[in-house]
Design a protein around this ligand. Sequence first.
Ligand SMILES: [Zn+2]
Ligand SMILES: [Zn+2]
Length: 441
Amino acid sequence: MITKVKGTQDFIDTSLLNFITTQSIKHLKEYNFNQIETPIIEHTELFKRSLGLHTDVVSKEMFLISSKDEDSICLRPEVTAPAVRAFIENNIQQLPWKVFIIGPMFRYERPQKGRFRQFHQIDIEIIGTSSIMQDALLIKMLDELFKNKFKLNNYTLLLNFLGCYQDREKFNEVLKKFLDSVSDKICSNCIERKTKNPLRIYDCKVPTCIEIYKNAPSTTDYLCTHCKQEWDLLQNTIESISVPFKHSKTLVRGLDYYDKTVFEFSSTDLGAQNAFCGGGRYDRLVKEIDSNKDQPAVGAAIGIERLMLLLENKKDLPIAKQSDLNLILPLSPKQHTLALSLANALHSSSYAADILTANDSFNWTIDVLFEEDSSVKSLMRKANKMGAKFCLILGDEEESNKEVTVKNMITGEEKKIHQTNLIEYLKLCNFLDRLPKPEKK
Ligand SMILES: [Zn+2]
Ligand SMILES: [Zn+2]
């Protein structure tokens, strides 16, 4: 048997997945974001330029599909850089450009719990604004989505401020000095990070390193006057729109392009990989991808698989079930044509309908041998399993009287209806169903 590729998954029941995407689309549109699509494949160069050569994503986890030097192509590991590429290439003039992209991302990494080689994200970008107001609005929008649309309550917003490029450069020196002072106690990975990209030490999962970094300097203590004002403004604004947050000095996000605001929504319900949404400001990214353009920007990404883990056992979500199924049961091949035209009439009136015949893979012979009328009974059993609301039975008698027997699978009630009155009858039943039920004494 050929199995799925390691680190990928099949979605056999897509109701939760669809709930997440439809609710998010609706919510994002209320906040004036437009949905766009970019290709799944991009030039590898795009990510080398944007993510930084020393990030794990670029050095180890790229899913290359063609590695010819001059035209290396990969499956996208994230979609902020492609969004910026699309912004530049399509010469977008109306700013700020508020967009979102929903789709799969790919990382060629060792699969572990909560991490996939193909995973899905809702990516949100605001390009062409330096206003910290937009950072606050983005965070507020996400908090509303999680709290109200997804009814999550067990999560924390972590917030940090990295400062502008100059602040980051200055802070790197401060951090290097600190790391020099503890270099005999930190892990070999962190020693390497110290020279290549010191901020990355905060991603270290080694317990002794984590303990040591509790005393490391904080980016927010080394901000220039302007950044200091912005950091204060951001905290005050978020407080004033009543979104609770925690300042986390070790939150730096894994990618090179972030500056100023960085944030993460995390939940202890997710175990070690506990962030389900993260984002921040990337004021230099547009220029890094195209040196002729320069636009400040801020964005975020929601991990759909992580969100699904948080929502899968929630009972209070209005997840739409499949529309009520009307199942047509022709009792013999003689009624097949009639069944087809009845199905057609139902579909034309936007009713969900399907036909179940005796040949549709159930143990016909055994039932028939042991019980009179068992063909109907076993069709009914199957219909029940399929979740049919009404069974529309067509036998010889119904055919000659131009009738159909309508069986309500919930109440068990059965009624013979003239075929031409079927739609009206179903409409009435569905209407009565929606009426408030009298209380039982
Ligand atoms: Zn600054
Ligand atoms: Zn370490």
